[in-house]
Design a protein. Structure first.
Ligand SMILES: [Zn+2]
Ligand SMILES: [Zn+2]
Length: 298
């Protein structure tokens, strides 16, 4: 399998509201054909990770970030430059770009509009039906589909629970499993708990049958201190937990989810938090109440 390089220091943001000098998108090459992009936390506290995977015939961009405005968040220009660089070493006419999504929350699809007029480009729709139709997944969410980038086959695995159209993407060549907001070092917001548990079982079973080198999600919200996350909305992440997770972490999340399935609210574990409840706004209110309780004891 391809060697992967995750030796990168992600921009931590700033404590004050001074204007940031950091670039709007941080680019890191984990392998020559595998690029990690992260939206600057100075522009949006979600600071999502995006992935650009190159095959011989087409590239796949997974997610388009939290900001539509190309002047603030020049995703299209960044991706175009990366594709031009790739084509210098791998010349080909009509090289295609597929813009797909880990799921359709606003912090993962906002930049879609930057790609609508791009030649040789297909942007996948946002509903589970759109995703199933595009990749040819027969019986959502039970099935899966193989998607060939040209000499690089991806497996697209439905993983609803956090969001109805969520998918994980597995890359045979590198062993990378991309898990979006379903599994990452942070607050795992679960909208549909039975579906989430089923998806975790699917991912664990899949990882038992395929070599998974690393599990990569779409955010970091935990710090390097076990059980501690950065407050929701914080644009200052001084000591983030590492992005890469392992198959063991998938098992840990699956088992933790089974323990808290019947208990709404926040459940804190060493390197993730499970929010058993519907939405982020409620979670934020609950987080504030928890904080008050810790500070004032009520
Ligand atoms: Zn999400
Ligand atoms: Zn997200």
């Amino acid at each position: 399998m391809t060697d992967l390089d995750f030796d990168v220091r992600w921009y931590p943001g700033m404590r004050s509201r001074r204007r940031s000098a950091a670039p709007p998108i941080q680019v890191h090459r984990a392998a020559p054909n595998t690029v990690l992009l992260r939206q600057s936390i100075a522009d949006n506290f979600e600071a999502p990770f995006l992935y650009l995977l190159f095959g011989e015939e087409r590239a796949l961009l997974l997610d388009t970030g939290a900001t539509a405005d190309a002047t603030r968040f020049p995703l299209r220009a960044t991706v175009d430059t990366l594709i031009e660089e790739w084509l210098q070493g791998h010349p080909r006419d009509g090289y295609e770009l597929i813009v797909a999504h880990s799921h359709a929350h606003g912090d993962h699809v906002a930049g879609d509009g930057q790609f609508t007029d791009r030649a040789h480009t297909r942007v996948v729709g946002h509903s589970a039906g759109d995703v199933a139709a595009f990749f040819g997944i027969g019986s959502w969410p039970r099935g899966a589909a193989r998607f060939d980038l040209g000499g690089r086959v991806l497996e697209v695995i439905p993983t609803p629970g956090h969001h109805p159209s969520a998918v994980a993407i597995y890359d045979e060549g590198t062993g990378i499993l991309l898990t979006g907001d379903t599994v990452y070092p942070g607050r795992l917001y679960v909208q549909d708990f039975p579906a989430f548990q089923e998806s975790l079982r699917t991912l664990c079973d899949f990882s038992a049958a395929h070599p998974v080198a690393v599990v990569l999600g779409a955010h970091i919200e935990m710090s390097t201190r076990p059980f501690r996350d950065f407050p929701l909305g914080s644009t200052w992440h001084p000591d983030e937990a590492p992005l890469p997770l392992t198959v063991r972490d998938l098992h840990t999340v699956r088992d933790a989810a089974a323990r808290v399935a019947d208990r709404p609210g926040a459940h804190r574990f060493a390197n993730f938090i499970i929010w058993n409840g519907p939405c982020r706004r409620e979670a934020a209110a609950q987080s504030a109440r928890l904080l008050l309780f810790r500070v004032f004891g009520r």
